[in-house]
Design a protein. Structure first.
Ligand code: EPZ
Length: 422
């Protein structure tokens, strides 16, 4: 296994180009199952999760051509299999996103139940309940979801008890080829959900309420859609992570190829901590502050503060002068980074889903730490950038799932980082 060695306290400066959003690309790749034509996709992040989903689509019978590191042409007309097997789904639970499109197009599919993961049990009950309301017969057998809808899915009014990002995406895709109209109430409004809806609308789907919590879709009655080429939106979480790199080292840093209007909650929290934020159409610059102020964070659905930025801000809070409070409301176990930060000398106490971080500016020391999930690992990278001495982050395969060219981007802004074999 590989680990990342970081020598801390190097002065960072310069620019980082942000990649396409993993969490936009995943539902959009699944949505190509609804296409009659070959689809060109640009700004695809070259990360493990994307390559895993491409492998799954290929196993189902799709074919794709890599035009460059970050662009492909994909054809799914050739799909002749509707079983997503455990060996691939266990490596990436977002594979559940093929369930809606496969069922809507073919009237049957088998998808391995995605396991939980480090951050929580991650059930998919809301996805399944909604599909049943659309006429699907769902059976769980030997760890698989067996879904059938012999005459196709039918439109229905779906009220989600909880706001679910991939749940909304799955039902939007299921509704696209359904017979009749589907209304989704309490839909997720993340930019990644919005882009999925926009790409389907450009492909001719009659869809209203994009970006709101109420989406209405008139299904095509299993007629495939003619997709237009599209470019994946920037990754607002990768962008936030690199802004936190500038913040934790309290230095000026610019990120490019971003959409600042996707990041209001994160940018306002950085300003609350004392940093100055300068924005242009697709760049953001963070400027240092005299003294980093503590912060109170409550994670919630978009446009609120994103749970995917909670770990990174907890690392940043170790450098604040005062006590910060973090309230994680979306996942029941998204504090796996706390123990590792404690080993670096952070002063954090947990009480239920609330963490309090007593800032210890410049007091972190490098040591061996273990990555446990994608965003927790990025918090350890941030802590390593500001810690005295060497930090070795083990199990960095977690990082490779969602951060493209991590070392190259960090080296490009002056960090001292390298990957080694255990
Ligand atoms: C998406 O996960 C993201 N993944 C996650 O990013 C992100 O943390 C999460 O949304 C919240 O923003 C992708 O988009 C691929 P949810 P998702 O369904 O859709 C509960 C990352 O780091 N729930 O919105 O799986 C669930 O347990 C990843 O990139 C049910 O109870 O999250 C959670 O408490 C991590 N039943 C809450 O809803 C269901 O059927 C929100 O989950 C579905 C969800």
């Amino acid at each position: 296994m590989k680990y990342l060695k970081i020598i801390g306290q190097k002065p960072l400066s310069g620019e980082v180009a942000i990649s396409g959003a993993k969490n936009a690309a995943l539902p959009l790749l699944a949505a190509t199952i609804l296409a009659k034509n070959t689809v060109s996709i640009d700004n695809l992040p070259n990360v493990v999760d994307i390559n895993t989903l491409l492998k799954l689509l290929e196993m189902l019978g799709s074919s794709f051509e890599k035009i460059s590191n970050n662009s492909i042409k994909i054809t799914t007309a050739s799909i002749n299999e509707t079983k997503a097997t455990y060996d691939i789904v266990k490596t990436m639970r977002a594979s559940i996103l093929v369930l809606g499109p496969l069922l809507s197009r073919f009237g049957h599919c088998e998808v391995s139940l995605p396991g939980g993961c480090a951050i929580g049990q991650r059930p998919v009950d809301l996805h399944l309940k909604a599909l049943e309301q659309m006429g699907a017969i769902i059976e769980i057998k030997a760890g698989y979801i067996l879904a059938t809808a012999p005459n196709g899915l039918k439109g229905a009014t779906i009220v989600f008890d909880k706001i679910t990002v991939t749940g909304t995406e799955n039902i939007v895709m299921a509704a696209a080829l359904a017979h009749g109209t589907t209304k989704i109430i309490n839909a997720a409004k993340e930019p990644e959900v919005v882009q999925l809806c926009e790409v389907l609308k450009a492909a001719g789907l009659n869809i209203k309420g994009i970006g709101s919590d109420e989406i209405e879709i008139v299904g095509t009655a299993q007629k495939l859609l003619e997709f237009k080429d599209f470019t994946i939106i920037p990754d607002r979480i990768e962008a936030g992570t690199y802004l936190c790199a500038g913040a934790i080292c309290n230095t000026k840093l610019t990120i490019t190829h971003v959409m600042p209007n996707h990041m209001d909650a994160v940018l306002s929290k950085l300003e609350e901590m004392g940093f100055t934020i300068e924005k242009t159409k697709n760049t953001i610059t963070i400027l240092p502050t005299q003294k980093i102020k503590p912060i109170n964070l409550t994670t919630t659905e978009y446009p609120g503060f994103p749970t995917d930025m909670q770990a990174q801000f907890m690392a940043l809070a170790t450098q604040a002068h005062g006590v910060s409070i973090v309230d994680e409301n979306l996942f029941e176990n998204r504090y796996m980074h706390v123990n590792e930060l404690l080993r670096m000398g952070a002063d954090i106490t947990l009480k239920g889903h609330t963490a309090s971080i007593t800032g210890t500016p410049n007091a972190l020391t490098g040591t061996d730490v273990m990555a446990t999930d994608l965003r927790a690992s990025s918090a350890l990278v941030l802590a390593g950038l500001v810690a005295k001495g060497e930090t070795n982050i083990h199990r960095i395969y977690h990082l490779d799932r969602g951060y493209e060219q991590l070392e190259e981007k960090l080296l490009g802004i002056g960090a001292c980082v390298a990957r080694y074999e255990e």
